[in-house]
Ligand binder design. Structure first.
Ligand code: ATP
Length: 939
């Protein structure tokens, strides 16, 4: 059954621009005049009643699109087998199976090897698959942490609701920077423009109107806005007529396979390196084959030998370890309120050299309180803090009109506390919230004023104009209420009205206003000027409404710095990161706040304004940025931000930039790390950014930089760790070959047991190391720096070399001590089995200590604490236990051809194992002393 207020589901579900809805007037909503749209969609100007919205939500379901289907599991898994590593190993395994088939008599060892290599490929694929799966889940979970909300009218109240709760008939309030969350018919438009690129592919702002349009393709209806698009300018209201999969977006939304994941530069570097190493492994393997064949060995045994060498060199677990380490970084950053949207940012954060930061909300609490009101030479103090309208304006009489006009020119709303523990809050712009509060403190009854002078149109605030205007019906005529940055507003004023007395704004008055503004700004206050003008028409052109104004006075509002920012700024300074404040506020306001949080410490910061930047060519700008000065950019617009980011990048800097507005998007996209605000930012900014700060605080950027640096360091740690044992495995094999020993000192199966058994967990534990204590005491790493730098290579050779010498010596010492001639050795000679067990155990123990050595670059391991990474110790312990099992358990002895080690053997091996650690500690001590000498030396 259907009633007027209770439309049938079919009515609304088909109520799209494409066709008339049953029960609605016989025309699609786009052809109706704005006033009839409400009736057609069974709603009203005041929006749906909350109960009605609830009921519709139940009936039509959430405003969501079905999730994109993942690639089928078999394809995801299949992809893991097609990378170069996997292919090389698969081919190796196949040849080994073949060799086994050709062998006369067949050796079980060859079959074991073939199976083991196959197992490696499967294991690696499983790790890779699990990692990608978890990365996807993490990405989804992170996405859900930034809730997508929109503003609607429900029962006349303006509310913020999750986008998924939108229903047909909801009246949504649109502003620049909002993402459109459903298909809606515009009923009110003030300079409203949207970017329909996601639907049409054409990325430019297209104006929207509330007027009816004739028939034509749905997407071309200029009075509709569509799900998935963004509002890029202006403001307006619109009524939802289609949600979820019935929207235009839902219709063209393909359940496409997930986009291919792109590799980050680090992943790329590691992949390239791994490929090179695999190539080298093949070459060395082939060489070994060629060296051994003429010595009278069988083809098959030479081949199995060469394969052993190859397997020793291929870093099997590397790509998976790298991905896990990056994923751990992402999760840690999320815990510190920094959501990474692009993996790239994790690495870029570690090398950030410049942070261009906003002021309001990022450095300050964005909790604005008007503390001063100025008119005609008199400053009125205001008491009270926060958004509670408790407090007073000293002698409010002369500034009542100023407060009324400022209050009328606001879109924000104050929300009273819901419970005893809650505080007053602002819905909307905090600057406006402060104006509503001061109006209440000054005795202005805004609700009554709004009723007496209802708003007829508006020109919303934008950071380029730095002004906002609302037009109201006032008696027989109309009145424009204007507020904005003093410089911009003063330029448009011709008169002034102070304490009810109107007169021309003379040069002396202007000078007095500027001086008063400077005085307020130098106290760190954000300053706004307020003006008014009478109009004849309800819809004046913007220029008309914003010229010939009568100045009423100034307000100064306090926005206290965030307490945690001072430490974060100091940390960034120590870390060699330059902080440039970029603000739309007055230079004096900017400087005062910058001083309070420590961005400015010298008496002579360089302050450049937006117009200063405009008058500067690229060369002059480059020269300005090249100076190591404390730089503040004030009264700038988002376009300036973009220019400065580009200029810094020209100089080779790695730039992080914050932004919240829709027109910050280009700078956010262009920067190395675009940082958007999770709490106060717009959807468009969040979309463009690589990182979203959940708490908007600068301190979270500093925390993310610290973690980003740690990720990079950790990657280096496990690279050194993993590659150094390759040397420990390769050198004894080479030595045996050249010494003419007929067998391998360590077999391929043993090597695999190390690479995939005892070494994987410690590598993962190294990838999860907490940041080193001094990670923020060093300059940022250079963008040019390669992951496999000379220093890293040197360290691999250093640690791996010591390990290799140790195990090679142990092998030959054990073989030599037996007195058996080389040529009499067979695989079953007990001394040989003991010797190869010692080589394997020697590498495992040495890797245990090696893992401790690579934990720090310069500091002594004692300083970070031998026991401070319990996961690493447990992982190393597991490796040793596995080795003991391989040495003592008969079934494993058969597989690995090993023998039980004595306590004496273990003691010798442990002693040798500590050598890399001790040598590295000595090297670090020497480096520290050298650094200290250099620091102490006069420049
Ligand atoms: P910050 O770096 O502090 O975040 P911003 O770059 O976001 O600053 P804007 O919000 O663009 O600065 O503000 C620039 C100037 O415009 C302010 O100094 C103020 O004078 C004025 N202003 C800010 N908000 C409004 C508003 N809602 N209506 C009118 N004028 C405003």
């Amino acid at each position: 059954m259907r009633t007027d207020t209770d439309p049938s589901p079919g009515a609304e579900k088909t109520a799209t621009v494409a066709g008339p809805s049953p029960g609605a007037p016989d025309a699609p909503v786009r052809q109706l005049p704005a006033a009839d749209v409400y009736t057609a969609l069974h709603t009203s100007r005041r929006g749906l009643a909350p109960a009605q919205a609830q009921e519709r939500l139940k009936r039509y379901g959430a405003n969501e699109l079905p999730r994109a289907r993942r690639r089928p599991v078999w394809r995801e898994l299949g992809a893991q087998f097609t990378d170069l590593f996997a292919v090389v190993l698969l081919v190796a395994s196949a040849i080994t199976f073949l060799a086994y088939g050709l062998q006369e008599p067949r050796e079980v060892g060859t079959l074991q090897l073939a199976v083991a290599i196959l197992a490696v490929v499967v294991l690696n694929a499983a790790i890779g698959f699990a990692q990608e799966y978890s990365a996807e889940r993490t990405a989804q979970a992170l996405e859900a942490m930034v809730p997508h909300t929109c503003r609607v009218l429900r029962g006349g109240e303006r509310l913020e609701v999750p986008a998924r709760d939108l229903v047909p008939g909801d009246v949504v309030v649109l502003e620049a920077g909002d993402a459109v969350s459903a298909d809606c018919r515009v009923v009110e438009a003030h300079e409203l423009a949207v970017n329909n690129a996601p639907l049409t592919g054409e990325s430019n702002a297209v104006g929207r109107t509330a007027d009816p349009v004739a028939t034509g393709p749905a997407l071309e209806a200029r009075n509709c806005v569509f799900m998935g698009t963004d509002v890029v300018a202006g403001a307006g209201r619109a009524v939802v007529y289609a949600t979820g999969s019935t929207t235009e977006f839902g219709r063209i939304y393909r359940l496409a396979a997930a986009a291919p994941r792109q590799k980050t530069p680090l992943q790329h570097q590691v992949a390239v390196m791994a490929r090179r190493v695999a190539g080298a492994a093949l070459a060395i393997g082939a060489l070994m084959f060629a060296v051994r064949l003429p010595t009278g060995q069988s083809v098959v045994s030479s081949f199995v030998f060469a394969l052993g060498v190859m397997v020793a060199l291929v870093p099997e677990g590397l790509p998976a370890t790298l991905s896990v380490s990056l994923a751990i970084g992402v999760r840690r950053m999320a815990r510190r309120q920094a959501l990474i949207k692009r993996l790239l940012a994790v690495e870029a954060l570690g090398s950030t050299t410049v942070v261009c930061t906003d002021k309001t909300g990022t450095l300050t609490q964005a909790e604005m309180t008007v503390t001063r009101v100025w008119a005609g030479g008199v400053t009125h103090a205001v008491t009270g803090v926060g958004y509670a309208p408790d407090g007073e304006v000293a002698e409010p009489g002369p500034v009542r009109e100023l407060l009324r006009v400022a209050g009328l020119c606001c879109d924000a709303r104050l929300v009273a506390p819901a419970g005893p523990r809650e505080r007053w809050k602002v819905l909307g712009d905090t600057t406006e919230g402060a104006l509503l509060v001061v109006a209440a403190k000054g005795g202005v009854e805004l609700e009554a004023e709004e009723e007496a002078a209802p708003r007829v149109t508006e020109f919303p605030f934008d950071s380029d104009r730095k002004l906002m205007t609302t037009v109201h019906k006032a008696g027989a005529g109309y009145q424009a209420c204007v507020k904005g940055a003093p410089v911009e507003l003063l330029a448009r004023c011709t008169d002034r009205e102070w304490d009810g007395r109107r007169g021309q704004l003379t040069e002396r008055d202007r000078a007095a206003v500027v001086a008063a503004g400077d005085e307020l700004a130098s106290q760190g206050l954000r300053v706004l000027a307020v003006a008014r003008r009478e109009l004849d028409s309800p819809r004046p052109a913007q220029d008309e409404a914003e010229s010939g104004l009568t100045l009423l006075g100034l307000v100064g509002m306090l926005d206290p710095p965030r307490p945690e920012v001072t430490d974060a700024v100091a940390a960034c300074r120590r870390a060699g990161i330059r902080i440039v404040m970029v603000t739309g506020d007055h230079p004096l306001t900017g400087e005062a706040v910058a001083r309070r949080v420590g961005i400015v410490q010298r008496p002579d910061p360089v302050v450049v304004t937006g117009s200063g930047l405009d008058g500067m060519g690229d060369e002059a700008l480059d020269a300005l940025l090249a100076e190591p000065s404390e730089l503040l950019l004030c009264r700038v617009s988002p376009e300036h931000k973009m220019r400065v980011v580009t200029a810094f990048q020209r100089r080779g800097e790695v730039v992080a930039v914050t932004g919240d507005g829709a027109n910050d998007a280009p700078a956010l996209k262009h920067a190395d790390i675009g940082v958007a605000m999770g709490a106060a930012g717009t959807d468009v900014a969040r979309e463009a950014a690589a990182m979203v700060l959940l708490d908007d605080s600068f301190a979270s950027i500093a925390a993310a930089v610290r973690l980003g640096r740690a990720v990079y360091q950790n990657i280096r740690k496990f690279l050194v760790y993993l590659f150094s044992h390759n040397i420990g495995e390769l050198v004894p094999i080479l030595a045996a070959t050249f010494a003419g020993f007929p067998l391998v000192p360590i077999s391929a199966v043993q090597i695999l047991a190390i690479d995939l058994g005892s070494d994987v967990l410690p590598a993962l534990a190294l990838g999860a190391e907490p940041p080193e204590p001094d990670v923020m005491d060093r300059p940022p790493r250079s963008r040019q720096e390669r992951l496999f730098s000379a220093a890293v290579m040197g360290r691999i050779l250093f640690l791996g070399g010591i390990q290799a010498i140790g195990v090679t010596a142990v092998f030959f010492w054990h073989i030599g001590a037996s007195g058996i001639p080389f040529d009499d050795f067979t695989k079953d000679t007990p001394v040989y089995r003991e010797a190869i067990t010692m080589v394997q155990a020697g590498i495992v123990l040495s890797q245990f200590f090696n893992a401790l050595a690579v934990r720090t670059d310069r500091q002594s391991i004692r300083k970070v604490g031998l026991l401070s990474n319990p996961a690493l110790l447990a992982a190393g312990g597991f490796g040793v236990a596995l080795m003991a099992a391989i040495s003592y358990l008969p079934p494993l002895q058969t597989v690995f051809n090993t023998a039980p080690l004595t306590a004496g053997d273990w003691a010798v091996l442990a002693g040798l194992g500590t050598l890399p650690l001790l040598a590295d500690e000595t090297r670090k001590a020497w480096l520290r002393r050298r650094d200290a000498r250099r620091k102490g030396a006069p420049r």
